[in-house]
Design a protein around this ligand. Structure first.
Ligand code: ADP
Ligand code: MG
Length: 563
C-alpha cells in the first residue's frame, strides 16, 4: 500500500486549516454535516433528470454516532458517495471542491442548495481527530473504497466493503491534553447542542441514538418505580426553518416561540418583521423589536448584531454590519445564498450584497416603527420608553447624518395634555402665527412647569416640548429645523413672539430702576452678564435667559462633562 503525499502547498494549507482558519473547533461537525447534506442534494438533483433514480425522502438522512469506549465519532450519510477517483480528487487535493464543480455542471438545474464551494471544510475534522477514515460507495457503483489519513503527511486509499451507497466518516477523537478537552465531542448532549446551533436547518434529518430513562413497567403498586435506560433514534434538527415558511402559515405564537428558542431576549417581542426579499439581493430575515431594554443595553458590553446564515447554515452569531447603531436593539436573523464567504466562513467579505441587505433592513425597521407609531401608539410608546434614548443618540451622533432617518420617530413630552408627541403632531396643530417649535429643558416635568420662562409662550397658547432627558436638546440641535420650523428654547433672549399691544413699557419703567439694576449686576458679577427689564414675565418677578446658541440646560450639561 503506497502512501500518497499531499502536494506541498496542500501540506502547508492543511497545517493552517488545522491550526488557525477556524475560530472554534466545534464547527468541524457543521462542515461534515454540510458535506453530507450536499451529497444527498446531489442524488436529489440527479433524480430530477434521471428516471432510473427514485428519490424516496425517508431513505435520505445523516446519522451521527459517538462511541466513547472506542473514542470514535461517526458521520454517515446516504448521499451520492465518492468513487476512488473522487476520493483522490476531492479529499486528496486540498481546496478542490467537488461540490463547486457539481454546481457548475448543473447550473441549469436548481442546485443552489449545495453549501460547499471552497474545498477545505472537510479538513476541519483534523482539529478534533488524529485519524480520519472515509469509507464511501458511489451511486451506480458496486465497489467501495476507504480513504484514511492522519493529517499532514498524506493519505491511503484501499478497496473496502460497504453495503449501501453513501459515505461514512469515522473520526478518531484526539486524547485530552492539559489544555484541551476533546472528550466533549463524544458526549451526546454536547453533540446535540452543536448540531442544534449550526445545523438545525439542514434539510435532511440528522439522526442520533439518544439515551433516555423510563420507569420500568412492572413496578409494584405503592413502590417507587425502578428506572431503566433505553436508546432511541431521534432526529435532532428542525429541518424546515421558520423563515422559509410562508407568513400566512405562521402565527404570532410561532414567532414568539422562535424568539424564545433563540434566546434573543427573555421578554416577549413587541413586533416581528418577516422579510422575504427577491429583488437585487435575495435573502430572508426574521427581525424583532423587543419590548424591554436588555440589562446591559446602554453599556459598552452590549453587542449589536443579527445571526447570519448562509443557506440555512449558521455563519455568525452576531453580524454587527447588518444593523446601524441607532437600531442596535433589533434582534433576529438573516439567511442569504448570495453572500460571498471566504474559506473560514466566519470571515465575511465586506461585499455589496451585505451592504444591500443592511440598507434594506434599515428601511424595513424604520417603516415598521413608523407604522407602529401611527397604528399602535401604545406599543410604540412602550418601545420608545425602552429604546427612545438610543434613537436620540442616533440623531445626535455621526454629525447629525442620520437625522432624516430618525426625526419622524422621535417623541417628546409636551405641555399639551402631558403626553408624548411627535414633531409632526406638534407642527400639525401649531397656530398660524407661531413661528417656532418651542422647548423647555429641565430635570423633570414638574420643574419645567414651574419655570417662569415658559409663561409667556404658554400664555400665547403655544405648545412647549418638555425636554427631560439630557440628550433631548442635543438631538433637537442636530435636527436644527423640522418642516421649516426652527426650534427655540423658552429661555432664549428673543422668543420671536410679538408682545401684546397693551403690555407694559419696560424700557421706560426701567429708566427709573437704572441704579437698582446696576447694583444687582455688581452683586451678581460673574454669574450673569446683564440685568434688564423684561416683557415676558407674568406672575414671576424674575427669570434667567440666555443669549447665545446654548440654552441654560445645555450649558449645565456641557460644564458638567469631564474635559
Ligand atoms: P466543499 O464542501 O467546500 O466543497 P470540503 O473540503 O468540505 O469542501 O469537501 C471537499 C469535497 O469532497 C466536496 O466538494 C465533495 O465533492 C467531497 N465530499 C466531502 N464529503 C463528502 C460526502 N460526505 N459525500 C460525498 N462527497 C463528499
Ligand atoms: Mg464542505
Amino acid at each position: 500500500m503506497v502512501k500518497q503525499e499531499f502536494k506541498a502547498e496542500s501540506k502547508r494549507l492543511l497545517e493552517m486549516m488545522i491550526n488557525s482558519i477556524y475560530t472554534q473547533r466545534e464547527i468541524f461537525l457543521r462542515e461534515l454535516i454540510s458535506n453530507a447534506s450536499d451529497a444527498i442534494d446531489k442524488i436529489y438533483y440527479k433524480a430530477l433528470t434521471d428516471e432510473s433514480i427514485a428519490f424516496n425522502a425517508a431513505d435520505y438522512y445523516v446519522k451521527i454516532t459517538a462511541n466513547k469506549e472506542g473514542r470514535t465519532l461517526t458521520i454517515a450519510d446516504t448521499g451520492i458517495g465518492m468513487t476512488q477517483e473522487d476520493l483522490e480528487n476531492n479529499l486528496g487535493i486540498i481546496a478542490k471542491s467537488g461540490s463547486l464543480a457539481f454546481k457548475k455542471e448543473n447550473e441549469s438545474k436548481d442546485g443552489h442548495n449545495i453549501i460547499g464551494q471552497f474545498g477545505v471544510g472537510f479538513y476541519a475534522a483534523f482539529m478534533v481527530a488524529d485519524r480520519v477514515t472515509v469509507t464511501s460507495r458511489a451511486l451506480g457503483s458496486a465497489e467501495a473504497f476507504k480513504w484514511e489519513s492522519e493529517g499532514a503527511d498524506g493519505y491511503t486509499i484501499v478497496p473496502a466493503e460497504k453495503a449501501a451507497v453513501g459515505t461514512e466518516i469515522v473520526l478518531h477523537i484526539k486524547p485530552n491534553t492539559e489544555d484541551d478537552n476533546y472528550d466533549e465531542f463524544l458526549e451526546e448532549y454536547r453533540l446535540r447542542s452543536i448540531i442544534k446551533k449550526y445545523s438545525d436547518f439542514i434539510r435532511y434529518p440528522i439522526k442520533m441514538d439518544v439515551t433516555g430513562q423510563r420507569p420500568k413497567a412492572e413496578a409494584a403498586e405503592g413502590e417507587a418505580p425502578e428506572f431503566e435506560s433505553y436508546v432511541e433514534e431521534q432526529t435532532v434538527n428542525s429541518m424546515v426553518p421558520i423563515w422559509r415558511k410562508n407568513k400566512s402559515e405562521l402565527t404570532d405564537a410561532d414567532y414568539e416561540q422562535f424568539y424564545n428558542e433563540k434566546r434573543y431576549g427573555f421578554d416577549k417581542p413587541l413586533k416581528h418583521i418577516h422579510i422575504s426579499a427577491d429583488g437585487a439581493v435575495v435573502y430572508r430575515a426574521i427581525l424583532y423589536i423587543p419590548e424591554n431594554t436588555p440589562f446591559d443595553y446602554y453599556t459598552k458590553e452590549y453587542e449589536k448584531g443579527l445571526e447570519l446564515y448562509s443557506n440555512g447554515v449558521l455563519i455568525m452569531d452576531k453580524c454587527g454590519d447588518l444593523l446601524p447603531d441607532y437600531f442596535s436593539f433589533v434582534k433576529g436573523m438573516v439567511d442569504s445564498e448570495d453572500l460571498s464567504l471566504n474559506i473560514s466562513r466566519e470571515m465575511l467579505q465586506h461585499d455589496r450584497q451585505l451592504t444591500l441587505i443592511a440598507k434594506n433592513i434599515k428601511n424595513k425597521v424604520k417603516s415598521t416603527l413608523l407604522s407602529l407609531l401611527k397604528d399602535e401608539r401604545d406599543k410604540y410608546e412602550k418601545f420608545y420608553k425602552s429604546f427612545g434614548r438610543q434613537l436620540k443618540f442616533g440623531v445626535y451622533g455621526d454629525y447629525g447624518m442620520n437625522k432624516d432617518v430618525l426625526q419622524d420617530l422621535l417623541l417628546f413630552h409636551s405641555s399639551k395634555e402631558n403626553k408624548l408627541v411627535s414633531l409632526d403632531e406638534y407642527i400639525s396643530r401649531m397656530p398660524e402665527d407661531q413661528k417656532f417649535i418651542y422647548y423647555a429643558a429641565g430635570s423633570s416635568i414638574e420643574r419645567i412647569e414651574k419655570l417662569p420662562q415658559t409663561e409667556m409662550v404658554a400664555d400665547k397658547g403655544y405648545e412647549i416640548l418638555y425636554l427631560t432627558d439630557d440628550i433631548d436638546e442635543f438631538a433637537l440641535k442636530s435636527i436644527m429645523s423640522y418642516k421649516e420650523k426652527q426650534f427655540k428654547s423658552v429661555s432664549s433672549g428673543d422668543l420671536g413672539i410679538e408682545p401684546d399691544a397693551d403690555a407694559d413699557k419696560p424700557e421706560e419703567e426701567a429708566a427709573g430702576s437704572k441704579e437698582l439694576f446696576e447694583q444687582m449686576q455688581t452683586l451678581l458679577s460673574g454669574k450673569v452678564t446683564k440685568v434688564k427689564a423684561s416683557k415676558r414675565l407674568k406672575s414671576h418677578p424674575v427669570c434667567l435667559t440666555s443669549e447665545g446658541e446654548l440654552s441654560i440646560e445645555m450649558e449645565k450639561i456641557l460644564s458638567a462633562m469631564p474635559n
